[in-house]
Design a protein around this ligand. Structure first.
Ligand code: 7TS
Length: 406
C-alpha cells in the first residue's frame, strides 16, 4: 500500500499556512508536532458539549467528562501496552514525570553515596532532576559515555552498574542526535542487578510502537505535544508495585481518601499522583491523537520516516561544508548538523525566510554540544506528514545559504 501522504497532510490544517509567503515546511517536530483535525475537533467538541470538572460531581456533564477522561487513560494504556490503567499517571509532560520519579521514588529509595546512572546524551529533563536529587540526598550521578557517532558505549555503561546503583535513567531516543539506545539490553543488564530502569520516551514514542511490558522497563515517560497531541499533558508509566510503594508527589484535592487536620490518607493509583484539577480537555485531546496514530499505524509511520531520514542523510552527505552531528547506526528521524563558517542561528533565521522551520540551538542537551565542541547545531526533525519534496526544499535552502555566505 502506498503511504497516504496527501490525506495525512490534509488532516493537519496548519500545513496549509504560508510563512513569509512560502508554503510552510515544518521540520521542528522533535520540539513539538503539529495537530491533526481529530485532536483539534475533540478538544473543541469537549468544551462545546461535555465540559465539567471530573471525579467530583454526580451531574450529567461531570459524569460525561469523567468517562471521556478515563477512556483516554485506557487509550494510553493500550497504546503502550501497560498491564493496568492504574499505571498511567497524567502529568504535564516528560519533564514533570521525571521530576516526579526523582522526588518520590528517588527520595524514598536513593541514599547518600548511592548511584544513579544516566548517559552522555540526555536531554536536560533527564539530567537536572537527578542533579537536584543528588544535592538533596548526597547520591551520586554517573554518566555512561558515548562514541563520536553518538552511540552509547555499551560496555562502559554496563561497567558502571554495581551494588550501589539504585536507578538507570536513559533516553529511549536522543533529541539532539536521533540515537536510539539499545534499551532492551540496558534493561536486561540493569535487572540482572535488580536495578530499576526509567526510559525517557519523549522522542521515541512518536516514531515507533512501544510495548512497556515487552521492554519490561520500570518507568516510561512521554509528552503529549510530541505525539501530535496537546501541550501541557504527558504521561508517567510505572509498574504498579513501584508506584504503590512511592509516596505522593503533590498534595491536594483528588489525591486523598480522607483528610483531617491531624492527618490525611491517600487515594489509590492512579489518583494518588494526580493532585488537583488536571488538564481535562488535553487528556481527551491526547486520546484523540492516539486514535489518529492507530488509524495510520505506528509501523507505517516508522517506515515512512525511516525513508525520509535515509534520503535527507544521503542528500546532506553530498554537501561538502556540512557535518552531521549524530551518526548512530540505530537512529530516529532527526538530522542535526553544522555548517562551516555559518552559525546555526543564522541557518535557522535564513531558512525561516524560505518558510522552513528548523531548530537551532543546544536542544536542551548542552553536554552533547560540549562533547562535539560546537555551541549549537541546526536540527531538522521529521514527522509523519513530511515529504521527500520538503527535504529537497531544505537541501536547496542550505545550498543557497552556503553560496550566499561565500
Ligand atoms: N526528553 C527528551 C528526550 C526530549 O526531547 C524532551 C523535549 C524532553 C525530555 C522534555 O519534554 P517536555 O515536553 O517535558 O518539555 N525536547 C525538546 C526538543 O528537542 N526541543 O524542544 C523540546
Amino acid at each position: 500500500m502506498t503511504y497516504p501522504i496527501a490525506t495525512i497532510r490534509a488532516d493537519f490544517p496548519i500545513l496549509a499556512e504560508k510563512i513569509r509567503n512560502k508554503p510552510l515546511v515544518y521540520l521542528d517536530n522533535a520540539a513539538s508536532c503539529q495537530k491533526p483535525n481529530a485532536v483539534i475537533d475533540a478538544i473543541s467538541h469537549f468544551y462545546r458539549h461535555d465540559y465539567a470538572n471530573i471525579h467530583r460531581g454526580v451531574h450529567t456533564l461531570s459524569v460525561r467528562a469523567t468517562d471521556k477522561f478515563e477512556a483516554a487513560r485506557e487509550k494510553v494504556r493500550v497504546f503502550i501496552n501497560a498491564a493496568s490503567s492504574k499505571e498511567i499517571i497524567f502529568v504535564r509532560g516528560a519533564t514533570e514525570a521525571i521530576n516526579l520519579v526523582a522526588q518520590t521514588f528517588g527520595k524514598a529509595n536513593i541514599k547518600a553515596g548511592e548511584e544513579i546512572v544516566i548517559t552522555a546524551m540526555e536531554h536536560h529533563a533527564n539530567i537536572v532532576p537527578w542533579q537536584m536529587l543528588c544535592q538533596q540526598t548526597g547520591a551520586v550521578l554517573k554518566i555512561a559515555p558515548m562514541n563520536t557517532q553518538g552511540e552509547l558505549i555499551y560496555e562502559a555503561f554496563e561497567a558502571l552498574l554495581n551494588d550501589n546503583t539504585r536507578l538507570v535513567a536513559v533516553a529511549h531516543m536522543s533529541n539532539a542526535l536521533g540515537t536510539i539506545n539499545p534499551v532492551q539490553k540496558i534493561i536486561a543488564a540493569a535487572h540482572a542487578k535488580n536495578i530499576p530502569v526509567l526510559l525517557d520516551g519523549a522522542q521515541a514514542l512518536p516514531h515507533a510502537a512501544v510495548d512497556v511490558q515487552a521492554l519490561d522497563c520500570d518507568f516510561y515517560v512521554f509528552s503529549g505535544h510530541k505525539l501530535y497531541g496537546p501541550s501541557g499533558i504527558g504521561v508517567l508509566y510505572g509498574k504498579q508495585a513501584l508506584l504503590e510503594a512511592m509516596p505522593p508527589y503533590q498534595g491536594g484535592g483528588d489525591m486523598i481518601r480522607t483528610v483531617t487536620f491531624a492527618q490525611s490518607t491517600y487515594a489509590g493509583l492512579p489518583h494518588k499522583f494526580e493532585a488537583g484539577t488536571p488538564a481535562i480537555a488535553d487528556v481527551i485531546g491526547l486520546g484523540a491523537a492516539i486514535d489518529y496514530l492507530n488509524s495510520i499505524g505506528m509501523a507505517t509511520i516508522a517506515a515512512h520516516e525511516a525513508k525520509l531520514l535515509a534520503y535527507a542523510t544521503e542528500q546532506a552527505q553530498h554537501i561538502k561544508s556540512l557535518r552531521i552531528i549524530g551518526e548512530a547506526e540505530e537512529k530516529g528521524a532527526i538530522l542535526s548538523f553544522v555548517l562551516e563558517r555559518i552559525h546555526p542561528h543564522d541557518i535557522g533565521t535564513m531558512l525561516d525566510s524560505l518558510g522552513i522551520a528548523i531548530r537551532a540551538g543546544h536542544h536542551c542537551a548542552m553536554p552533547v554540544m560540549d562533547f562535539y565542541q560546537v555551541p549549537a547545531t541546526a536540527r531538522a526533525s521529521f514527522a509523519m506528514y513530511n515529504t521527500k519534496e520538503e527535504v529537497d526544499v531544505l537541501m536547496a535552502g542550505i545550498k543557497g545559504l552556503i553560496e550566499a555566505f561565500g
